[in-house]
Structure formats: structure tokens, C-alpha cells
Design a binder for this molecule. Structure first.
Ligand SMILES: NC(=O)c1ccc[n+]([C@@H]2O[C@H](COP(=O)([O-])OP(=O)(O)OC[C@H]3O[C@@H](n4cnc5c(N)ncnc54)[C@H](OP(=O)(O)O)[C@@H]3O)[C@@H](O)[C@H]2O)c1
Length: 285
């Protein structure tokens, strides 16, 4: 199986690259980012798919700057909605397996129990709205599989873990919001799950539907920061604050916890707890 990975220089793409050796020997990966393959250019994607006899696409490319999307709406819609629409059409026309990554921001965060895949989305930010519109291209055409994830971090790129790791060493005090809870997710664990899904998908007739993937366990950003500091023996004092005291251009969901039963049952995944994955990641860093 020839697999195209788009947005491969991002957090998830690079974690996938590092683990490609764990895929079946019959899987050949093509890792591309916008310099070599811009997913907003339908003709280029089509040519690449034809030239390399691609059978599957893992779309890791996205406009992920949640606050930036509020001011650069056109760019966010172009990448998160229009380009995904093109991928969905190509997947249907060329009978490709498409795995698309989406987000917890499609929900409004008002739930009192972990979100299931069939819960009603209600995004409040441009990022969330554009990602939901991208999902809808895929679901409407039954064009592929959508994996929603949340609070993604990695040893690569910019993320909360790297920022807090630095700040707890530089500062004596830090304020972190305590009224947004979710599932931190190590992109390396999601990459492993993707490989497992790809490995079994050759026997599957179709790879469709929405799935939720995040690390096990729940915490607030404050709890997450405390654990990052504790694992590094940092003496910085971390104070819990409310979201209203940390205003951001884009609204954040207060509750972003996923129910992951569907993906665990279907693909026989064992998902690590966020504390376990955080410790492993910090050791790597
Ligand atoms: N990060 C999170 O906390 C989070 C949470 C939930 C869901 N997700 C979803 O998870 C997926 C992966 O996220 P991530 O954190 O790995 O994202 P990321 O680090 O921002 O990576 C996205 C990659 O896509 C590239 N890209 C941008 N425009 C492109 C284009 N036109 N064509 C091809 N590639 C392009 C980016 O390049 P540049 O950097 O040069 O623009 C970047 O390398 C995304 O779908 C995201 O929505 C992320």
C-alpha cells in the first residue's frame, strides 16, 4: 500500500515519520508538506496520487493556529474546509483510503460526560467551524475516516508541554487556567494508533466513520502544567486561574473529554494514560 502523508512537518506528521518502520513491510510512505505538496492545490495532489500510485492518504495538514484563525479566516477555511473537500472528492473518485485528523473544537464544551462520536457538534471558534466543515465533506461523501483528537503535543513543533517546560525553568511563578478540562494527547501515541489502523485496514472493506482518540485520563491545563513542572523538579509556583482572567481571541471549550470506546473496540487499541505518555515525552526531550 502506498500511503501519502500530508502536513508531514507538523507535530503528528513527524511522529508518524519516526514510526513508519513499524508499519507492514508492504506499506510505502510518502511524507510531504506544503513546500512539496500544497493540499489547497487539487491538481497537484491528483498528479502526485497518480504518479506514485497512492492507495491511502493520511491528512495531517491543517490550519492549527486557533487564535490566528479568528483574524485569518480565509486561510483557515481554505485549508481546513476547501482543501479537505478536494481530498474527499479525490478519495471517492480514485477509491483511496482517506484518514483525516480533526479536533475536539468541533464541540462547544458544555457536555457533562465524555463526548461520543455521534454527539452534536457546535463549534464556537473559526478553527472549530472550519474543521467541522472539512469533516462534513468526508462524512457526506462517505469518503474516509475521521479521527478527532485533542490537546496534541509532541517533541516537535510548538505546544503547551514545550512552552510550560521552558517557563517553569525560567520563572518563579506562573498562572494557568484551571476551568478547561480535557485529554492531553501525545502525538507519538496517535501516530502509533494510525499505524495500527493502517496495518489492519488492508483487510477491511472500508475505512469510514468518525472516531475519537486521546490519551486516557482527564485534567485541566493547570493540572497538566503542575505535572510538567513536577516531572522536571521545577520549583516554579503555578497558580490556577479562570479562563475569564486569560482572554484569548478564540473561545475555548471548557470540557473537551472524549469517549474513546469506539476506536479502542474496533482497532483493539491500548491507549496510554496521559501521565505515562507525558513522562515518556519529557524523557525524550
Ligand atoms: N495541535 C493540537 O493541539 C490539535 C488538537 C486537536 C486536533 N488537532 C488536529 O491534528 C492534526 C495535526 O495537528 P498538528 O498539531 O500536527 O498540526 P501542525 O503541527 O500545525 O502541522 C500541520 C502541518 O501542516 C502544514 N501545512 C500548512 N498548510 C499546508 C498546505 N497548504 N499543504 C500542506 N501542508 C500544509 C503545516 O506547515 P506550516 O507549519 O509551515 O504552516 C504543518 O507542517 C490537525 O488536523 C489538527 O487540526 C491538533
Amino acid at each position: 500500500m502506498n500511503i501519502l502523508v500530508t502536513g508531514a512537518n507538523g507535530q503528528l506528521g513527524r511522529e508518524l515519520y519516526d514510526r513508519q518502520g513499524l508499519a507492514r513491510a508492504s506499506s510505502k510512505f510518502y511524507f510531504t508538506d506544503k513546500e512539496d505538496l500544497d493540499i489547497t492545490q487539487k491538481g497537484d495532489i491528483e498528479k502526485f496520487i497518480d504518479n506514485h500510485a497512492i492507495n491511502a492518504v493520511i491528512n495531517c495538514a491543517a490550519y492549527t493556529d486557533v487564535d490566528g484563525a479568528e483574524n485569518h479566516q480565509q486561510a483557515a477555511w481554505q485549508l481546513n474546509e476547501a482543501a479537505v473537500g478536494n481530498l474527499a472528492r479525490l478519495a471517492t473518485d480514485k477509491n483511496l483510503r482517506l484518514i483525516h485528523i480533526s479536533t475536539d473544537y468541533v464541540f462547544d464544551g458544555t457536555s457533562h460526560r465524555p463526548y461520543r462520536e455521534d454527539d452534536e457538534p457546535n463549534p464556537h471558534s473559526i478553527y472549530g467551524k472550519s474543521k467541522l466543515a472539512g469533516e462534513q465533506h468526508i462524512t457526506r461523501n462517505n469518503a474516509g475516516m475521521i479521527i478527532r483528537t485533542a490537546w496534541l503535543y509532541s517533541t516537535y513543533g510548538k505546544n503547551f508541554v514545550k512552552t510550560i517546560s521552558r517557563l517553569v525553568k525560567e520563572k518563579e511563578q506562573l498562572k494557568v487556567v484551571c476551568d478547561q478540562v480535557g485529554n492531553p494527547t501525545y502525538a507519538g501515541d496517535l501516530a502509533m494508533a494510525l499505524l495500527q489502523i493502517i496495518n489492519v485496514s488492508e483487510e477491511m472493506k472500508e475505512l469510514t466513520g468518525i472516531y475519537h482518540y486521546a490519551n486516557e485520563g482527564v485534567c485541566s491545563w493547570y493540572d497538566f502544567a503542575l505535572e510538567i513542572a513536577r516531572l522536571q523538579d521545577a520549583s516554579c509556583r503555578i497558580h490556577p486561574i479562570e479562563s475569564k482572567d486569560w482572554p484569548t481571541p478564540a473561545p475555548r471549550p471548557h470540557y473537551s473529554v472524549f469517549n474513546k470506546k469506539k476506536i479502542k473496540d474496533r482497532f483493539l487499541l491500548r491507549i496510554p494514560h496521559w501521565r505515562e505518555s507525558l513522562e515518556r515525552t519529557l524523557q525524550k526531550m
